[in-house]
Design a protein around this ligand. Structure first.
Ligand code: PMT
Length: 219
């Protein structure tokens, strides 16, 4: 049995992609598998925390002793995160949220030959930023952790997100071909006001453990 160093703590984790409908059969999404977020939820639960895992659609088994709130869209993820956030001592936002969604999703299948203009140019509208919304409402003592998925200038972009999203820590990972999205391992930099801590490549479950340990130190 691992050390119960999170016993009595409520935590919130967002995981997976969001799915934003274009019509009854098509959607906009991304390659997040949920592995990072599920590893975070599993590690916190094993350490005794009461975990709420707000998850986009993924093909993973729910971790033991975790309350899973399944959602599809960014707006559903925001509502579920805002419901759980006030009780959370630590909130970690590992979901890959679609920044934009189709402005007017059709409730039927758009048809080639009939709806060509609508299919060729799907108009998009911005989604709410879940981390920034919860970060702005943060109460004293609450620790908010975001991720940054970057292809370039990883640490610098992560440091900008630390401020703009009111986060206490940003887990910065380089993404791209064969990196971070869908993989079992990840290599990250933990960016905080105190500085950057570069971690070696490791399994996501070990990384999850390191993220919680660092977040616990910040309380
Ligand atoms: O799920 P896996 O296959 O295991 O992959 C893990 C991962 C690559 C998805 C994960 O490690 C990761 O980097 N997650 C964040 C991906 C992302 O969308 O990063 P971003 O730089 O676009 O967003 C920055 C932060 O704001 C993130 O904490 C994100 O959850 C949050 N955000 C972004 C947009 C938005 N509308 N709402 C948000 O809450």
């Amino acid at each position: 049995v691992p050390e119960q160093d999170m016993a009595g703590l409520e935590v919130l984790v967002t995981a997976g992609p969001t799915v934003e409908p274009i019509d009854a059969v098509r959607f906009i999404s991304n390659y997040s598998s949920g592995k990072m977020g599920y590893a975070l939820a599993a590690d916190a639960a094993a350490r005794g925390a009461a975990v709420t895992l707000v998850s986009g659609p993924v093909a993973l088994e729910p971790p033991a002793r975790v309350r899973v709130v399944p959602v599809k869209t960014a707006r559903e993820m925001l509502a579920a995160a805002e419901e759980a956030a006030p009780r959370a001592a630590i909130a970690v936002f590992s979901a890959a949220v679609a920044d934009y969604r189709p402005a007017r999703p059709a409730d039927r299948k758009l048809k080639k030959g009939v709806d060509d203009a609508a299919l060729a140019a799907v108009e998009l509208t911005p989604n709410p930023d879940i981390l920034a919304t919860v970060g702005a409402a943060k109460r004293p003592g609450q620790v908010v952790v975001g991720f940054a998925a970057e292809t370039d200038d990883v640490a610098a972009n992560a440091r900008a997100k630390l401020a703009s999203k009111h986060a206490d820590m940003i887990v910065a990972n380089q993404v791209g071909e064969g990196r971070a999205f869908g993989t079992d391992d990840d290599q990250v930099v933990l960016v905080t006001a105190a500085g950057d801590e570069e971690l070696p490549l490791m399994p996501k479950r070990e990384l999850a453990h390191a993220i919680w340990t660092r977040a616990l130190e910040m309380r």
